[in-house]
Design a protein around this ligand. Structure first.
Ligand code: 13P
Length: 294
């Protein structure tokens, strides 16, 4: 069922587990992700950013796909606008039926981030849509971001930010970065800071740049209070690797077979991820029709 992201993350926050939020740009990714979550009795968040929406996952086309597959799923599914920054994009997502919007004003001065986030909260909440904001800044791995703590989230500022904006989840900068790290590089995360942030905020925290973080880091991040892990690069890579593998086996493989292989690869990838971050077996329904839970 399609639910607000807040309801998924509040449960994860109370019970100290992580939920995967996968950037998904077509039906194969959405279905692979939701099927994996259903089989693992796990919640899942499907998300896409404005760039992905503009290039390929057009709102009017992808949202009905997500709604249809979520409605049939026996687990909670949320639909999130990833890295929204423009008012028009936020409004379009809310109107299209997203159940959460992220407002990323993290590269703006602090007070501007607060004002922008407050505006989006005031638009989204009355529509039953929750809001993720970002404080500190998670940059790009390709630019060497995340290596120094200049842009890490400040604990005292985070308390003030959450109190003044009323956001439902906070993306924190603790050492990850978006995209592929240089070969062999594993980011060093600031777990002390994460612990302090969780103690101070007691709310769902989000880790951006989940790709390439390494299983050990992911498990420690979840144990330290991360409840949502954004994954894009590794999910795209899983889909591509599946197709390449099939082409190597059979260069004559047709387009249909390649799409099916991509979906199966995404599904296997999400299942593994779910086990790493501990969201499996959280929603075991005895009677799907009545929605009663074991
Ligand atoms: P990665 O591409 O590094 O997984 O980052 C995804 C992300 O954080 C999307 O918001």
């Amino acid at each position: 069922m399609l639910v607000s992201m807040k309801s998924i993350l509040d449960d994860a926050n109370e019970n100290y587990y992580g939920v995967m939020s996968m950037n998904s740009i077509n039906i194969e990714m959405v279905r692979g992700g939701i099927e994996a979550a259903s089989e693992e009795h796990s919640p899942i968040i499907i998300q896409m950013g404005p760039g992905q929406i503009g290039k390929h996952a057009h709102l009017a086309e992808i949202v009905p796909v997500v709604k249809e597959l979520a409605a049939k799923a026996p687990v909670p599914v949320a639909l999130n606008l990833d890295h929204g920054s423009k008012l028009d994009d936020e409004i379009a997502a809310i109107q299209a039926g997203f159940t959460n919007v992220m407002i990323d004003a993290s590269s703006l001065p602090y007070e501007e981030n607060i004002q922008k986030t407050k505006t989006i909260v005031s638009l989204a909440h009355p529509m039953g849509v929750s809001v993720e904001a970002e404080l500190g800044h998670v940059g790009q791995a390709a630019d060497g971001d995340g290596i120094t703590d200049d842009l890490y989230t400040n604990v005292e500022q985070a308390k003030d930010f959450v109190a003044r904006t009323g956001c439902d989840a906070l993306a924190v900068a603790i050492g990850t970065a978006h995209g592929n790290y240089p070969k062999g590089f594993v980011p060093k995360l600031d777990f002390d800071r994460l612990h302090e942030l969780k103690e101070a905020l007691q709310m769902p925290l989000v880790l951006h740049g989940g790709s390439g973080s390494g299983e050990g880091n992911l498990k420690k991040a979840v144990a330290g209070g991360i409840n949502k892990i954004n994954v894009c690069t590794d999910a795209f890579a899983a889909a591509k690797a599946g197709m390449l593998e099939l082409l190597e086996e059979n260069p004559d493989a047709d387009f249909l077979a390649l799409q099916m292989k991509a979906e199966a690869s995404v599904k296997a990838f999400v299942k593994d991820y779910i086990h790493i971050i501990g969201s499996n077996d959280r929603y075991v329904f005895t009677d799907f029709e009545s929605g009663s839970q074991e």
